[in-house]
Design a protein around this ligand. Structure first.
Ligand SMILES: *Cc1c(COP(=O)(O)O)cnc(C)c1O
Length: 423
C-alpha cells in the first residue's frame, strides 16, 4: 500500500498522530452534534480500507516502509505526513485517539500503555528540578507514590492540598508551581473537586490543570469543557471495560500533545500502547454509554442498600443526598458513576470479614469491569501510603471500595446483603 493512503487520514501530521476534536462523523448531515453513543461507535474510523471492513484492520506492525530514502528523511524532518515507527504513531492507535478526542472535547489525544504511563508521560514532559506541583490529598495509590517518592527524588517539590476547598489552592501557589493535579471523584474515598473553580484560579497565574477522569469517563464528565488543560485516564478501567487489558489515555491541546508525544512518550517513558489493545478499547467504546448507564443504575441501588444497613457507619457515593458534595456532583457530573466507598461500624476487621463473606462479587482491585469488584484500600490499593498519611489524607482503615459491575442488580444486592449479615 502506498504511503499516500495515510496522508489524508484526519489528524496525521508530521510523524503521525492525532489532533482535531471535531470530526466530520461527529455531526449529522444537518450539522446537529450527534449523541455520545453514536460518536463512540462511528467516530475516528479510517475509511481507507480497500475491502470496506466494518471494523478496521489491526496494524500489528512496529515499523513502516518508506518508498524511498528521501521519503524517510522527509517524514523524520516533519516535511511529509505518514507513519514511521509505532512509538511515534500507528493507524490503529490513531483511530482510537481521534475517537477519544471527540468524546472528551479535546483537540488532541494520545494513547499509551497504562494509566501510570499516561500520568508519568505528562509529568516528565512538563516538570524540571526546582519546580513545584500541587496535588490533591487523595490519589490513586501508585500516582501518590510517583509524586511522593518518584518526582521528589528528582528535585520536584510536591505539596498535598485538600482540594475540596479551592481556596486552599490559592494559598499554596507560588511562582514555582507548574501543575495542579487531582482526581474527581477521587480514588478511593470519592471526594470531589470543583474543576471549574480550580481552573479559574490556575489560569490567572498560568499553571496547567491536569485531571484524572478515570472514575467518571468522558460519558459522565468532561473536564476540558470546565477549563482543565490536560485529562488523563486509566483506560484499563471503564474505557476498555472488560478487565482484559491495560492502557492509558492523555487528552490536551494540540500544542501540549506535540510535546507529550515527542518528549514524554517517545523519549522519557516509551510507554507505547499495543495496537491489539487499542483495537480492544475501540471495541469497548461502542458500549461505553450502555455500560455506564448500567454501572450507574447498579451503584445507586448498592449505595441505598448500604446506607439503610445498621452495620454501615457511612457511605461515600456522590449520588446520595447525604453526600457532602452532592450539589457539586449534580452540576459537574451527568450521573454519579459506578464507584462506592463505605465504612462498616465494625471498622477494619469487619471490612475484611465482609470481603471474605462475598459469594458472587469478586475480591479484586481495579474497577470498571463487568464483574462487581470489592477491595480494601488500606491493605491493597492504598497500602502505598504510610498509615499516618492515610489518616491525614482521609483514607480510613475500615474503608471498603466497590466497583459496581454489570450483573443484574438483584444478584449484587443479595450478595452484599448476605455478606453484611455475616459481619
Ligand atoms: C487504576 C488507576 C490509575 C492507574 O492506571 P493503570 O492503568 O493501572 O496504570 C490511575 N488513576 C486512577 C484513578 C486509577 O483508578
Amino acid at each position: 500500500m502506498s504511503s499516500t493512503a495515510y496522508e489524508n487520514v484526519g489528524g496525521v501530521r508530521e510523524h503521525g498522530g492525532s489532533s482535531s476534536s471535531e470530526l466530520a462523523s461527529d455531526r449529522t448531515p444537518h450539522q446537529k452534534k450527534r449523541g455520545f453513543a453514536t460518536r463512540a461507535i462511528h467516530s475516528g474510523q479510517d475509511k481507507s480500507d480497500p475491502y470496506g471492513a466494518l471494523n478496521s484492520p489491526i496494524y500489528m506492525t512496529s515499523t513502516f516502509e518508506f518508498d524511498t530514502a528521501e521519503q524517510g528523511g522527509a517524514r523524520f524532518a516533519g516535511e511529509e505526513g505518514g507513519y514511521i515507527y509505532t512509538r511515534l504513531g500507528n493507524p490503529t492507535l490513531n483511530e482510537l485517539e481521534q475517537n477519544l478526542a471527540g468524546l472528551e472535547g479535546a483537540e488532541a489525544c494520545l494513547t499509551v500503555a497504562s494509566g501510570m504511563g499516561a500520568i508519568t508521560s505528562v509529568f516528565w514532559t512538563f516538570v524540571a528540578p526546582g519546580d513545584e506541583i500541587l496535588v490533591d490529598e487523595t490519589l490513586y495509590g501508585c500516582t501518590f507514590v510517583y509524586f511522593r517518592h518518584g518526582l521528589d527524588r528528582f528535585g520536584i517539590k510536591v505539596r498535598h492540598v485538600d482540594m475540596r476547598n479551592p481556596e486552599n489552592i490559592a494559598r499554596e501557589i507560588s511562582d514555582k508551581t507548574k501543575i495542579i493535579y487531582f482526581e474527581t471523584p477521587a480514588n478511593p474515598n470519592m471526594r470531589l473537586v470543583d474543576i471549574k473553580a480550580i481552573a479559574d484560579i490556575a489560569h490567572n497565574v498560568g499553571i496547567k490543570v491536569v485531571v484524572d477522569n478515570t472514575y467518571a469517563t468522558p460519558y459522565l464528565q468532561n473536564p476540558i469543557a470546565l477549563g482543565a488543560d490536560i485529562v488523563v485516564h486509566s483506560a484499563t478501567k471503564y474505557l476498555g471495560g472488560h478487565g482484559d487489558l491495560m492502557a492509558g489515555v492523555i487528552l490536551s491541546s494540540a500544542e501540549d500533545m506535540e510535546q507529550i508525544r515527542y518528549v514524554g512518550l517517545k523519549d522519557m517513558t516509551g510507554a507505547v500502547l499495543s495496537p491489539m489493545n487499542a483495537f480492544l478499547i475501540t471495541r469497548g467504546l461502542k458500549t461505553l454509554e450502555l455500560r455506564m448507564e448500567r454501572h450507574c443504575d447498579n451503584a445507586e441501588k448498592i449505595a441505598e442498600l448500604l446506607e439503610a444497613s445498621p452495620k454501615v457507619e457511612k457511605v461515600f457515593f456522590p449520588g446520595l443526598p447525604s453526600f457532602e458534595q452532592y450539589e457539586l456532583a449534580k452540576t459537574q457530573m451527568r450521573r454519579f458513576g459506578g464507584m462506592i466507598a463505605f465504612e462498616l461500624t465494625g471498622g477494619h476487621d469487619a471490612g475484611l470479614k465482609f470481603l471474605n463473606s462475598l459469594e458472587m462479587c469478586k475480591i479484586a482491585v481495579s474497577l470498571g469491569d463487568a464483574e462487581t469488584l470489592v477491595e480494601h484500600p488500606a491493605s491493597m490499593t492504598h497500602s502505598t501510603y504510610e498509615p499516618e498519611e492515610r489518616a491525614r489524607f482521609g483514607i480510613t482503615e475500615g474503608l471498603v471500595r466497590i466497583s459496581a459491575g454489570l450483573e443484574n442488580a438483584d444478584d449484587i444486592l443479595a450478595d452484599i446483603e448476605q455478606a453484611l449479615a455475616g459481619v
